[in-house]
Design a protein around this ligand. Structure first.
Ligand code: ZN
Length: 336
């Protein structure tokens, strides 16, 4: 057997992992959806631990991210680099021995169904819809899903196991998930690191085969109010749950939504079929509109609104909150 690389010596020395566990870790591939604060923190830990990743995010780096999204720099914010690209480059520079597969996209069932096998799914998203999609995807594939959420100084963790109930859908009506976002009530970096670390340790336990060590309870923490709870949730199984009981997986549906609000911002995302961002850029230039191009995006202004087109056909329309207005503006400048 090949010796364990020296970089993992302290981790392999830990009794719970050992050389066998470390060898296992180096064969694993984990899907992390969302590369905001949580995604940045947990991918940093997993890559250092020797785990290969599939990382996905639909957004770009903004200056307001830098307070807590630890993979990114001022240069990334100035260049509006897609988070998936900035994260991949940073993670590769931390550990060149593992593989980081990066995708700039909005996760959907159409995208997930094509995904090559992964061992584990990590939630680092900011919305309920995507969490339920990941819950159903993981149950459908028979792999665990690590739910995590934080806002303000408050955070939650829960491990969804494919053969054990309840799942996240069962717990939804018991969780205080709706109404508050990082944009409306803020978020502190320490709770993010805290929740991400809990996710990372559960990932390490599962990926090394130590499932008996997994935390089965729902963890809730408020690091500002010094509150900490571990809740037994076994009795919260919803007997008619379409995800873990009847297994009809209601979130695994095609037909992506045409529009979506981005978390807590005055930004509407519009989907558009495009035949290459270069063609779009040229079309705008012919209309005498100034465009700014990167290999991944085209940016321009339309009546004081900033528009940002990604290579997968999503357009972020800034400064609006009405999806109908956003679609009309996109159609106006790009045609229908
Ligand atoms: Zn369920």
């Amino acid at each position: 057997m090949n010796p364990i690389p020296e970089r993992y010596a302290r981790q392999a020395r830990f009794h719970g992992i050992g050389t066998d566990g470390q060898t296992e870790l180096m064969t694993k591939r984990v899907l992390v959806v969302g590369l905001g604060a949580l995604g940045a923190a947990v991918t940093d830990q997993l890559v250092r631990a020797g785990v290969s990743l599939v990382i996905v995010d639909r957004d770009y780096v903004d200056v307001t991210n830098l307070q807590r999204q630890t993979l990114y720099t001022e240069q990334d914010a100035d260049a509006k680099t897609p988070k998936a690209i900035a994260a991949r480059d940073r993670l590769n520079s931390i550990n060149g021995d593992i593989n980081v597969e990066a995708h700039i996209t909005d996760v959907s069932w159409d995208w997930l169904r094509e995904l090559a096998p992964v061992d584990l799914v990590l939630d680092a998203t900011d919305n309920v819809e995507t969490r339920l999609l990941l819950n159903d995807f993981a149950l459908h594939r028979g792999i665990p899903f690590l739910f995590a959420s934080c806002v303000g100084a408050y955070g939650m963790n829960y491990t969804v196991l494919p053969s054990e109930a309840p799942c996240l859908r069962c717990l939804m009506r018991h969780l205080p998930l709706a109404g508050q976002t990082c944009a409306t009530v803020g978020v502190l970096a320490p709770i993010v690191q805290h929740v991400a670390s809990r996710q990372a340790i559960e990932a390490l336990k599962y990926l090394t085969g130590r499932v008996e060590k997994l935390e089965r309870r729902l963890l809730i923490e408020d690091v500002w109010e010094n509150l900490s709870q571990r809740l037994d949730v076994e009795r919260l199984v919803d007997g008619s749950c379409a995800s873990c009981q009847t297994r009809s997986y209601p979130s695994l549906v095609s037909n992506r939504q045409q529009t979506a609000h981005l978390c807590g911002r005055d930004v509407v995302q519009v989907r558009k079929f495009i035949d290459g961002i270069e063609n779009i850029a040229q079309r705008l230039e012919r209309a005498e509109i100034d465009v700014r191009r990167t290999p991944f995006t085209v940016e321009w202004h339309w009546r004081e609104h900033r528009m940002l087109l990604f290579i997968d056909g999503r357009i972020l329309v800034h400064g609006v909150d009405d999806p109908g207005v956003a679609i009309a503006m996109v159609d106006e400048c790009l045609g229908t």
